[in-house]
Design a protein around this ligand. Structure first.
Ligand SMILES: Nc1ncnc2c1ncn2[C@@H]1O[C@H](COP(=O)(O)OP(=O)(O)OP(=O)(O)O)[C@@H](O)[C@H]1O
Ligand SMILES: [Mg+2]
Length: 368
């Protein structure tokens, strides 16, 4: 089936492709995939310049520049293309459906955030820029390909890895984005996502896969008296399915422009869980930055929680914050020892790495 993205998001006419379903074409050595190129030709006018984007683990991404502007095509693949990852538990088609559903949900949360701010601006000046989600232009589901607008800006990752500047510059570069992301998350996690049962079925196996990698495999890093309580915390997370979460809210999936406006991308790890998981995901990078520079991470965690709570106050804020800190401790440790550690903590020296480990283990010791 070929169809345009939902009418609220679509910016082009319905996509109609002239071929029938077939196995995914392999990419050539330069990363070009002939079916993706055909989709690009159908969607946008020529002349086109097409560039593969490096680094996708479970997908291929192409950047397409044409007289219609810059767009991205993403194709989900059946197996990880690189890295030490075990086989994926969901088909490319399932991840494509998840990506589109969560992408749409994320856009709705942006609209709500923007509407709320526009109302408030009549009484006081804006305090945080609303988030942006690039429009989904088309979905080609036989080939598990989605097309979207380009988001402006550079990855937040670059700001998080930079050396600290003066206080005001850091506040603008790092805290303004955090503030708008936390408020947007508060809205996202409170939205209903339908059809729930098919989306649960499409996303649950990947959630379990990810939690195995990010949490269960870390148990060996913890002192054995903590294992039982840690396992109980993890099992709780696997059964919690109330809230739709982004699932991969790292700083490479957040692009920030010169006005500190943030765009979010990369939705295929969306799942039903609890909101504190997402906030901890991003905060783990802020905490690692603080620890790298020998600062206490807790003040920025507290500020992020305040922003989140200003958009959506959880029913039991104390229990929510306890779980936020537990997720945070696991996720900091994961970034220190997991298979992608070079990306997240490869720039830390040995004493900074030790601080991350000790801080995380100390948190687990206190809260489990
Ligand atoms: N809509 C977009 N606007 C701007 N840049 C984009 C867009 N989509 C993808 N990119 C660029 O392509 C890169 C890879 O895309 P994406 O994050 O969706 O794929 P990924 O394979 O999941 O990547 P990773 O595993 O690194 O998270 C992004 O980090 C970003 O630089
Ligand atoms: Mg990504």
């Amino acid at each position: 089936m070929s169809y345009p993205a939902s009418t609220s998001l679509a910016t082009t006419a319905p996509l109609s492709l002239p071929w029938s379903a077939a196995p995914a074409a392999p990419a050539d050595s330069a990363g070009f995939d002939s079916e993706m190129i055909q989709v690009a030709r159908l969607l946008w006018p020529g002349p086109q310049s097409i560039e593969p984007v490096a680094g996708g683990l479970f997908n291929r991404v192409l950047k397409v520049s044409s007289p219609a502007g810059t767009h991205y095509l993403k194709r989900f693949t059946e197996v990880a293309l690189s890295g030490d990852f075990p086989p994926l538990p969901t088909r490319a088609a399932q991840r494509c459906v998840v990506a589109c559903s969560w992408h749409d949900l994320a856009s709705r949360a942006c609209v709500m955030q923007a509407t709320r701010q526009a109302t408030r601006q009549t009484t006081r000046p804006a305090t945080a820029q609303p988030l942006n989600v690039p429009a989904l232009v088309a979905i080609q589901s036989e080939y598990d390909i989605v097309a979207m607008d380009a988001a402006a800006g550079a990855p937040l990752h670059e700001r998080l890895k930079s050396e600290p500047g003066d206080k005001a510059a850091d506040a603008a570069a790092l805290e303004l984005p955090l503030r708008s992301i936390a408020r947007w998350l508060g809205r996202l996690h409170a939205l209903p996502l339908q059809p729930r049962n098919p989306l649960l079925a499409a996303s649950r196996p990947f959630k379990a896969f990810k939690i195995e990698l990010q949490y269960i495999r870390l148990l060996d890093e913890l002192p054995s008296p903590l294992h039982r309580a840690a396992r109980a915390f993890i099992d709780d997370y696997l059964t919690l399915e109330a809230e739709p979460v982004h699932g991969d809210l790292n700083s490479r999936n957040l692009l920030v422009d010169a006005d500190h406006r943030v765009s979010v991308i990369d939705f295929e790890q969306g799942h039903f869980g609890e909101g504190s998981y997402d906030l901890a995901y991003l905060l783990s990078e802020y905490a690692i930055r603080a620890l790298n520079h020998d600062r206490d991470p807790l003040p920025i965690v507290a500020r992020a929680w305040d922003h989140y709570g200003s958009a959506r106050l959880p029913a039991d804020p104390l229990a929510w914050q306890r779980r936020l800190h537990l997720h945070l401790a696991f996720q900091c440790l994961y970034r220190l020892v997991g298979p992608t550690r070079a990306v997240w903590t490869g720039h830390l020296d040995e004493p900074a790495g030790r601080r991350v480990r000790e801080w995380s283990l100390g948190m687990l010791e206190r809260l489990l």
